[in-house]
Write a protein that binds this ligand. Structure first.
Ligand SMILES: Nc1ncnc2c1ncn2[C@@H]1O[C@H](COP(=O)(O)OP(=O)(O)O)[C@@H](O)[C@H]1O
Ligand SMILES: [Mg+2]
Length: 509
């Protein structure tokens, strides 16, 4: 039995292709952008599914119409108007459940039907049992599920403009994946501490750790310090620092302000081959000591750092909270790079270890060159190289990467391209739509239009079908930040103001 008939294929030029079809819709047919339609395969009768990218109406043009409208006359003439839908081909599913393209031609004016739940289900449900629920397909109301294997093996991009629902989507995905059997482990680099809401659902499976607790001073290299101070290797100050650094390392201690300052104070001119007068050498030394004291990279004294790999064994979700500390991006970059490097190294060595790395607000960690400059050039490139390694090599070693971002144009282009294997896209600004088109094609971005909050177009290897589906995402918990919205803030301030008005406020002057 066929689904509800919606119309017939039509071509104003008389040429018919099977990749794209134009359909003249029957009166009252309910077809919208994103709808799934099908025609019968001309040889075997299977449903060949098409997705609508545009619905438009067409009225026969009359010479006098413009003039009539100018004078306020309006000729209602439904008989002259037809509604059309243009749609592109997804294909048909063969006996083995594989998707195939229709390569035969279609006859002109072929009947077109609405794809009902049964037809769409073949395209939206992954075969494997290790999958997470995302939301409902808006056309058929069917559950859309994502296959975990592909969300780890390939990356995932969750994008959308501010307030479109990215973080809510990411939180829901993490939450559901952490409850699978076996549970997926997550390392979340959380810019604003929004993922702590996960503990409402996952309780003690979640741990939040302030970013600086991951800092491992023994992994700071002398190059990191030279970069921080902006010194060239050949300078006397650099030579003093290098010697002091070697001395500290040789004694098995951590490089800290305390250990490096004491090592510098012990240096003599001969240690670095300085042959001019002693007084000048002391001046160089005190310059090095001043820089060390003001360093942002070095801790005062030795620290006990936490190991992300150990935490991931004990907890399903480890949140690296970056919300403390304002202008410390160069340090944050270094510490994130250390933690990610540790995770990647463990995964390369240990086949019984894996996790998904979630980068919230990716432009802070992997900015496109010259577009967004937090931290320093050195701190950015150090972190970017680890992230790129995870993006290209992580998947096959059990380290997945989910990138959540607002501005696609400010995120490193190769990273976006890697992540485009799976895209969950909320409403986007035009500039970012264009960037996305470059990696996933125009068909996808044309579907976006203006999506309401919480709705997304989803495409990727984690879906059974390789075509975009329009999904209403069902949240699990809301991100922590959304609990203090602008309205609540101003309400709080108006209460304070109300109490002030009663008192006598002395104004200066
Ligand atoms: N799937 C959804 N269903 C219902 N409401 C949502 C959904 N996603 C987001 N919202 C609403 O939108 C607000 C902003 O979502 P959020 O995920 O923080 O946006 P973003 O991270 O894109 O800035 C949330 O606080 C919530 O009120
Ligand atoms: Mg957000």
């Amino acid at each position: 039995v066929d689904g509800e008939p919606v119309g017939y294929t039509y071509s104003p030029t008389g040429e018919y292709s099977s990749d794209r079809i134009d359909v003249v819709l029957l009166r009252d047919a309910e077809v919208v952008r994103g709808s799934l339609l099908y025609v019968r395969h001309p040889k075997n009768g299977s449903p060949v599914v098409y997705q609508v990218t545009e619905v438009y109406s067409r009225k026969r043009v009359r010479g006098y119409e413009e003039a009539l409208l100018r004078d306020g006359g309006f000729l209602e003439d439904d008989e002259d108007t037809t509604v059309h839908a243009s749609a592109y081909q997804w294909g048909w599913i063969d006996e083995d459940g594989r998707l195939r393209p229709l390569r035969h031609h279609l006859k002109p004016n072929t009947p077109v039907y609405k794809a009902d739940r049964e037809v769409v289900a073949k395209f939206t449900k992954p075969n494997s049992g290790w999958s997470i629920f995302l939301g409902y397909d808006l056309n058929s109301g069917l559950e859309v599920e994502l296959d975990m294997y592909h969300l780890i093996r390939q990356c995932c991009l969750i994008c959308g403009s501010v307030g479109s629902g990215k973080t809510t989507t990411a939180v829901a995905m993490v939450c559901r994946a952490a409850m699978l059997n076996p549970p997926v482990r997550f390392f979340i680099v959380d810019k604003d501490g929004e993922y702590t809401a996960l503990s409402e659902k996952l309780g003690e499976e979640v741990v939040r750790v302030p970013w600086f607790r991951f800092f491992n001073p023994s992994q700071v290299s002398v190059e990191d310090l030279l970069a921080e101070f902006g010194w060239h290797r050949g300078w006397w100050t650099s030579k003093i620092l290098l010697r002091a650094f070697e001395a500290v390392k040789a004694s098995g201690r951590q490089p800290t302000k305390e250990t490096l300052l004491s090592a510098v104070s012990l240096l003599s001119p001969e240690d670095v081959g300085f042959r001019k007068d002693e007084y000048e050498f002391e001046k160089y030394k005190s310059s090095v000591m001043r820089s060390l004291e003001s360093s942002k990279l070095l801790p005062e004294r030795s620290l006990e750092c936490v190991d992300p790999v150990m935490l991931l064994r004990d907890f399903r979700v480890v949140i690296m909270d970056l919300s403390d500390g304002r202008d410390t991006w160069s340090q944050k970059h270094l510490v994130i790079a250390q933690a990610l490097r540790r995770i990647m190294d463990e995964a390369l060595e240990n086949p019984a270890f894996g996790c998904v790395v979630v980068l919230e607000e990716a432009m802070y960690y992997a900015p496109q060159y010259g577009m967004f400059d937090v931290g320093t050039k050195e701190s950015r490139s150090k972190l970017l190289s680890v992230i790129k390694e995870i993006a290209t090599n992580g998947g096959r070693n059990g380290v997945g990467l989910w990138v959540v971002t607002q501005r696609l144009s400010t995120v490193d282009k190769t990273l976006i391209t890697q992540c485009a294997n799976n895209v969950i896209c909320h409403s986007l600004e035009d500039l970012d739509k264009r960037r996305l088109s470059e990696v996933v094609g125009d068909e996808f971005t044309r579907l976006l239009g203006n999506l309401p909050q919480g709705e997304a177009i989803v495409k990727g290897t984690a879906l059974k079908c390789r075509f975009p589906i329009w999904v209403r995402v069902i949240p699990e918990v809301y991100p922590s930040s959304s609990k203090s919205n602008p309205l609540a803030r101003f309400e709080a301030m108006s209460k304070v103001e109300a109490t002030c008005v009663c008192g006598n406020v002395d104004l200066p002057g």
